[in-house]
Design a protein around this ligand. Structure first.
Ligand code: ADP
Length: 446
């Protein structure tokens, strides 16, 4: 097992990884930008090094600086967390060429799955349902129009290198499609340096359901059931829960098996997530793979009792997964609420600033994963996540009641947060009866 791990990240996920390492008796090397200097979570690491000025491009994204810290800190492995370099196949390759284990998949599997067109092809090879769409990239506008008419509108244009909803357009007719292809390609070129786009049938009002996987380096791939992440704003998740409510057992089991098949076909290792959209008839379609640990991993931990970060570390160290698929439990219901420093009454604009007062909820079945405290300043340089409030209970009804109680206990002053919206969500009758889809928040409150 590793003696020392560097954490190439910040905030709540850096703290989450430090906690997992401390329980395993592994020392940690944290890195921080000048904006994060003095953050309390850094005190829990064995060592911490400054890697540059506040902008991520001058600090958390600088591969050379991170590798230098790994060498000075004498670590055997790097955990990238999520975001920043987590899905950068070049970084994974550099780590391994420096004899440092990258806690994530092999760089080749990551590159294949990071490109959406090639991931879609792997899904087809693995006999996993994909949304009807183009074979590969769209290169000819007239061919795209022909295909769109064959599939039927609406159509979604997606960037092959896409992420965070960028380079995505919905087209409802030929004119929309032609202009959308151009603007999506331009946005993709600007955001990812890759203008490649493809088209798919746009599934109206879908649910977003994803399957958590763990795969070791010895050919074993397991699923830890699914998460429903339909509650989104601007294609970004706000609430996640497991199991997915109202999903027929047969569909759920089939989807979990499909995700395992896809990972095996891709030669995927470590933790990862296969994302699907589910239509009104409970037909599911593959959309993408997230080749990393995800923000919402705690809901899967709560229902299975498995520490995903510790499993990631053990897999990277070459250990075999001891777990057996049959014995992975699915106990009760877990829900996660992301609390962001944003103003929900003003287009979810970021609301950075100093937290002047903070009282967080507790009690049975309540978990708060966060690096913030009273006096902490939310920086404008990074994402606006303050923390993740997670509840676990025997039934969905009890989990909802527990979350409402926890939200009521939560007291934060000094910044605007998404908590007032969270209160509305958890008291909404449609959400309570699980009749929501990915457009619910925007249709209801925006
Ligand atoms: P990104 O990597 O940019 O986040 P995804 O492929 O994960 O993009 O899609 C993000 C969201 O966009 C999904 O959760 C879903 O809400 C919506 N979406 C993606 N593909 C489709 C589709 N074919 N039909 C309808 N909605 C879609």
């Amino acid at each position: 097992m590793f003696q020392r791990i560097l954490i190439a990240n910040r905030g709540e996920i850096a703290l989450r990884i430090i906690r997992a390492c401390r329980e395993m008796g592994i020392e940690t090397v944290a890195v921080y930008s000048e904006a994060d200097r003095g953050a309390h979570y850094l005190d829990l690491a064995t060592e911490a090094y400054c890697i540059g000025p506040p902008p991520a491009s001058d600090s958390y994204l600088l591969i050379n600086n991170i590798i230098s810290c790994a060498e000075i800190g004498n670590v055997q492995a790097i955990h990238p967390g999520y975001g920043f370099l987590a899905e950068n196949a070049h970084f994974a390759e550099v780590c391994r060429s420096c004899n440092i284990e990258f806690i994530g998949p092999d760089h080749e599997a990551m590159a294949k799955l990071g490109d959406k067109v090639s991931a879609r092809q792997i899904a087809i090879d693995a006999k996993v349902n994909v949304v009807p769409g183009s074979d590969g990239l769209v290169t000819d506008e007239n061919e795209a129009v022909k295909l769109a008419n064959k599939i039927g509108y609406p159509i979604i244009i997606k960037a092959t290198a896409g992420g965070g909803g960028k380079g995505m357009r919905v087209a409802r007719n030929d004119i929309n499609l032609k202009s959308g292809l151009k603007s999506a390609a331009l946005e993709a070129e600007k955001s990812f340096g890759n203008a490649g786009v493809y088209i798919e049938k746009y599934v109206e009002n879908p649910r977003h359901v994803e399957v958590q996987l763990l795969a070791d380096n010895h050919g074993k791939v397991l699923h830890l059931w699914e998460r429903d992440c339909s509650l989104q704003r601007r294609h970004q998740k706000l609430v996640e829960e497991s199991p997915a409510p109202n999903l027929p057992k047969a569909v759920r089991e089939d989807m979990c098996k499909a995700a395992v098949r896809l990972a095996k076909t891709a030669g995927y290792t470590n933790a990862g997530t296969v994302e699907f959209i589910v239509d009104k008839d409970n037909k599911y379609y593959f959309i993408e793979v997230n080749a990393r640990i995800q923000v919402e991993h705690p809901v899967s931990e709560m229902i299975t009792g498995i520490d995903l970060i510790q499993e990631q570390i053990k897999i990277a160290a070459g250990e075999k997964l001891e777990l057996k698929q049959r014995s992975i439990p699915c106990n009760g219901v877990a829900m996660e609420l992301r609390i962001n420093a944003e103003d929900p009454d003003n287009g979810f604009f970021a609301s950075p600033g100093t937290i002047t007062e903070l009282r967080v909820p507790g009690g049975l079945g309540v978990r708060f994963d966060s690096h913030v405290h009273a006096g902490y300043t939310i920086s404008p340089y990074y994402d606006s996540l303050i923390g993740k409030l997670i509840v676990h209970a025997d039934t969905r009804e009890e989990a909802l009641a527990r979350m409402r109680r926890a939200i009521d206990e939560f007291h934060v002053e000094g910044i605007k947060t998404t908590l007032p919206l969270a209160k509305k969500i958890f008291n909404n009758s449609m959400f309570i009866s699980a009749e929501v889809d990915t457009t619910f928040i925007e249709r209801t409150w925006c």
